[in-house]
Design a protein around this ligand. Structure first.
Ligand code: SIN
Length: 302
C-alpha cells in the first residue's frame, strides 16, 4: 500500500512506499493512476533507477512515443525511446535537447493519439548557492475549466481545436533564440495538424478539462477566424493565471510523472550552460487510458 501526500497546492502529491526499481503490483499501479487523476503531478522521491527501470515503469501507462528503433542485429530496442534531456555537451554536441519544453505546452497534443503521461527522472539538478534551479512548472486544467465563466463554457461546448507541431517549433526559433532550422517539408508531412475536443472528459477523474495549450493550439474550428483568435488569446491568458499554477522543485533521484490531459507545463530556463541538468524522459501516449480494462484498475483503487 502506497502513501499519497498531497502538496496542499493546486497540483502535486508525493508518493511514498514505492521502490520503482521493482515492478509495481496492479493494486499499487491502480493507486498511482487514481492519484494522478486527483493531483496531476506525482513525485516519487529517492529512487535509484537505471534506464530499464524507467522504461518498465513508464510502459505500464501506455506506448512510449518515439520511432521504434532496431539494434545492429535487427532486434527492436525499446530502451532507445527512453530519452535524455540535458545541457551536457560531448564532443561539441548536446547529449540530448537542452531546451526541451521551455515554454507552455502539453506533450503530443499535436498528434492523433495525445500524450497521457510524462515520466522524468532527475539525475543531475543545477544548483546555485544551494538552491535548486531548472524546476518544472504546471497549470491545472481541471481548475481552469471549472473557473471558466458559464457563458464561455456554454458557447464553446462541443467545439474542437486544431493543434499544430510547427507552432511551437517556430516559436522556439523566433522568440527563444533556439538554433533549430526551419521544419522541412518532410517533417511537416510527418506532423500534420490534428483536431481534438476543446473540452475533454478526463478518463480518470470523469471531470471536464480545458484541453488547449499555447504551445500547439492554433484555431477553434467552429468559430470565424477573428473570433477564434480572440477566444484563444482569452483561453491562453485564463489557463495561465497564477491561481492554477504549481512548480516542482527538483531533487536528485526524484521520479516525477504528470498527466498531460489535465495539466499544461513548461521547463524553467533559469540556469546557465555550466550549471548541469540531466534527466531521463519517457513520453507516454494515451494508447491505454481510455480503455475500460485499464480504468478498472483505477476504480478498484478508489
Ligand atoms: C518537457 O517538457 O517534457 C520537459 C520538462 C522539463 O524538462 O522540466
Amino acid at each position: 500500500m502506497l502513501t499519497i501526500e498531497p502538496t496542499g497546492a493546486i497540483l502535486g502529491a508525493t508518493v511514498r512506499g514505492a521502490d520503482l526499481s521493482q515492478p509495481l503490483s496492479d493494486a499499487d499501479f491502480g493507486q498511482v493512476l487514481h492519484a494522478l487523476g486527483q493531483h496531476g503531478v506525482l513525485r516519487f522521491p529517492d529512487q535509484q533507477l537505471n534506464i530499464g527501470d524507467v522504461y518498465r515503469f513508464s510502459v505500464q501507462f501506455g506506448e512510449i512515443q518515439g520511432p521504434s528503433r532496431v539494434d545492429p542485429n535487427g532486434v527492436a530496442d525499446p530502451l532507445a525511446n527512453v530519452g535524455i534531456l540535458s545541457n551536457i555537451k560531448e564532443n561539441g554536441a548536446y547529449i540530448g535537447p537542452p531546451d526541451a519544453g521551455q515554454d507552455w505546452h502539453t506533450d503530443m497534443s499535436y498528434r492523433d493519439i495525445m500524450g497521457f503521461v510524462n515520466v522524468l527522472y532527475g539525475i543531475r539538478i543545477p544548483r546555485r548557492a544551494g538552491k535548486a534551479l531548472g524546476g518544472t512548472e504546471f497549470s491545472n486544467m481541471h481548475a481552469a475549466y471549472d473557473a471558466l465563466p458559464s457563458d464561455v463554457k456554454t458557447r464553446l461546448d462541443g467545439m474542437t481545436a486544431t493543434h499544430d507541431f510547427e507552432k511551437f517549433w517556430e516559436h522556439m526559433r523566433r522568440d527563444r533564440n533556439s538554433g533549430r532550422p526551419p521544419m522541412t517539408e518532410e517533417q511537416r508531412n510527418r506532423r500534420p495538424p490534428v483536431v481534438h475536443p476543446l473540452f475533454l472528459t478526463h478518463p480518470i477523474s470523469g471531470r471536464k478539462v480545458l484541453y488547449c495549450n499555447p504551445g500547439y493550439a492554433i484555431r477553434i474550428n467552429e468559430l470565424p477566424q477573428a473570433e477564434s483568435d480572440a477566444m484563444l488569446d482569452y483561453l491562453f491568458a485564463h489557463q495561465l493565471e497564477m491561481r492554477f499554477r504549481y512548480t516542482h522543485t527538483w531533487n536528485e533521484n526524484d521520479l516525477l510523472i504528470w498527466d498531460h490531459l489535465g495539466t499544461i507545463h513548461r521547463a524553467i530556463d533559469d540556469y546557465g550552460p555550466d550549471e548541469i541538468r540531466l534527466m531521463r524522459r519517457c513520453q507516454v501516449m494515451a494508447t491505454k487510458v481510455f480503455e475500460p480494462d485499464f480504468l478498472r484498475l483505477v476504480r478498484e483503487a478508489a
